[in-house]
Structures are given as C-alpha cells and as structure tokens.
Write a protein that binds this ligand. Structure first.
Ligand SMILES: [Zn+2]
Length: 153
C-alpha cells in the first residue's frame, strides 16, 4: 500500500474511534498507534468525560495501550495517527514515548501544538523531534467535530 493510502486507512480507524467518544458525550477525537509493519498496536478515544480524567485524551489512551502491549514505554519506529492536531500535553507524551511520526487530520487553531499555536513536536531546542503529516482526511475530521458541537448548541 502507498504510504499516503496507508495513512488514510489508519485515519479511518481513528475516525471510528472518535465516533465512539460521542457515546459518553466526549468531544470526538480518536487515535491509533501503528508499528513499523503497519499493524495497529494501540487505539484510543477521548474519554475525559467518561473517566473524569483531564489527561484521558485519545493520544494518551492510545500511547498507553501500545506501550502496555509492547511491554516498553519506548515506541521507536511507531506512528501515531489522530483525528485532531495534538495539544501541548499530548505532544509532550508523544515526545516522551519516542514516537517517530505523527499523522493528524484537522488543525486545532485554539490549542494545537503541532504547528498552529505552537510546534512542540518539531521544537529544535528539544532532544527528540517528530515527522509530522497534517491534514489527512481533514474534511471528515472537521465535519465530525462540527456535527458534535452543533448538536450541543
Ligand atoms: Zn491532547
């Protein structure tokens, strides 16, 4: 599979995760962690409301699952695919886990830490940097978020 087609396939899995978040009235954000062979080794959805946990963002949930599955906190060679640009906390967790590549869908103009407000993932003063691919299936991710907030208004 072409790398771009593979990213899209994983983004579809992340979008499915995001839909599940809506069940618990959580903002629909979903993520998957993929190993070097392209196998999904962790999945997560935003569960802040479900768990009463401010750190239960989709990315953190997926990173924890992947690390538990591999039996190590180091996720070298892995990619994280997420429907929304990571926030500062998640960007920090991504760096801490040594993720190699981040693929995201929609930009987050208010809180994004992968280029829109700040760029933690590619900060030259930090020891680890991440390859970032932005805007994969962005239209679908944006539509999902818009529908969620429109329904709550
Ligand atoms: Zn986050």
């Amino acid at each position: 599979m072409r790398p771009a087609a593979r990213d899209e396939a994983h983004m579809r899995e992340a979008l499915q995760q995001a839909l599940a978040a809506e069940v618990t009235h959580d903002v629909p954000v979903g993520a998957v962690v993929v190993d070097a062979s392209g196998t999904v080794i962790g999945t997560g959805r935003n569960e802040r409301e479900a768990l009463h946990d401010p750190t239960a963002h989709a990315e953190v949930v997926a990173l924890r699952q992947a690390a538990a599955r591999l039996g190590t906190w180091r996720l070298d060679g892995c990619a994280l695919v997420v429907t929304l640009e990571p926030c500062v906390m998640c960007a920090g967790a991504i760096l801490a886990s040594r993720i190699e590549r981040v693929v995201f869908g929609a930009w987050d103009d208010k809180a994004g830490a992968a280029g829109s407000v700040v760029d933690v993932l590619r900060e030259r003063r930090l020891p680890h940097r991440v390859e970032v691919v932005a805007g994969v299936l962005a239209g679908e991710a944006e539509a999902q978020l818009r529908a969620f907030f429109a329904a709550r208004r």
